[in-house]
Design a binder for this molecule. Structure first.
Ligand SMILES: [Zn+2]
Ligand SMILES: [Zn+2]
Length: 145
């Protein structure tokens, strides 16, 4: 059983690395099942969550969205496309505000998170194409006016 767990864990982490673009647990499960249809979705979820809890993988929490997972565990921030939901890395110096527990309602501060929101290059192109089409239609209309 232990051996089976280790093998399944390797399959899940391999799939996470292969996807390499901050997949959701659903996307990792689909990739694992594409390669090994015998592995259940619940198993993939369990392994991912355990790996995130132990720090083997990084859980990217997205505001109002499903968690994404990252095989890169060094500290870095993420940007979330508000159009398609894609998540990418942001490479900037860690921004760590100087807080004491007195500043934070006497909590013990254990960490912080920072999410950037934006529109990814692929979605920018889609928006630009829609805009261009409208412009073209606008010109066609003015021709008949
Ligand atoms: Zn996008
Ligand atoms: Zn990342």
């Amino acid at each position: 059983m232990q051996e089976r767990n280790t093998i399944q864990k390797t399959l899940v982490l391999d799939a996470l690395c292969a996807l390499a673009d901050h997949p959701t647990a659903d996307e990792v499960a689909a990739e694992v099942q594409r390669r090994y249809p015998g592995v259940s979705r619940a198993t993939v979820y369990r392994i991912l969550n355990q790996a995130a809890d132990s720090g083997t993988v990084y859980r990217v929490k997205i505001n109002n969205g499903a968690d994404h997972f990252d095989h890169q565990v060094f500290p870095h921030y993420h940007i979330h496309c508000s159009k398609c939901g894609k998540v990418d890395d942001v490479f900037t110096e860690p921004y760590v505000p100087k807080l004491t527990s007195a500043d934070a309602a006497n909590y013990i501060i254990t960490g912080h998170s920072l999410q950037f929101d934006g529109i990814c290059p692929a979605c920018q192109k889609k928006i630009q194409r829609r805009h261009d089409k409208k412009l073209n239609r606008g010109e066609a209309n003015s021709h008949w006016m």
